[in-house]
Write a protein that binds this ligand. Structure first.
Ligand code: FES
Length: 144
């Protein structure tokens, strides 16, 4: 069996599908090679991600990882949300086939892109936290 039960579950019953109205931040990313696109919207109150939703036009792993990534940041402080990694998302899903790891990177990038918008808008970027956004420049198709 190539996909874990958790991947199948989050693909068949994705959590947090949709778009938050009047979101405090949103981020859209795409992968040029597979053509998949993800949009993440966030509601942020008092430094806490109180809600997260996603819309993914993409493969099953892209849907499962965006579902899990939004679950993992809900209720977390901005500081904790910044520490989300695609590896943690893949692990929470009990793993992904190597060829599908880039899908989890796309999910991380969608979350980071929304957070980056919020950090820039609210002047929260510092020399200490800037590096959390480095992965936005990575080519998601090369992710191992
Ligand atoms: Fe590209 Fe899944 S095949 S995100």
């Amino acid at each position: 069996m190539q996909y874990s039960e958790k991947v199948m579950d989050h693909f068949m019953n994705p959590r947090n599908v949709g778009e938050i109205e009047n979101a405090d931040a949103s981020g859209t990313v795409g992968n040029a090679k597979c053509g998949d696109i993800m949009k993440v919207t966030l509601k942020i109150e008092n430094g806490v991600v109180v809600d997260a939703k996603f819309k993914t036009f993409g493969c099953g792993s892209a849907i499962a990882t965006s579902s899990m990534a939004t679950e993992m940041i809900k209720g977390k402080t901005l500081d904790e949300a910044l520490r989300l990694t695609n590896k943690a998302v893949a692990e929470a899903l009990d793993g992904l086939p190597p060829i599908k790891m880039h899908c989890s990177l796309l999910a991380e990038q969608a979350v980071k892109s929304a957070l980056q918008e919020y950090f820039i808008k609210n002047n929260l970027l510092t020399d200490e936290n800037r590096h959390f956004f480095d992965k936005l420049d990575e080519d998601a198709h090369d992710a191992g």
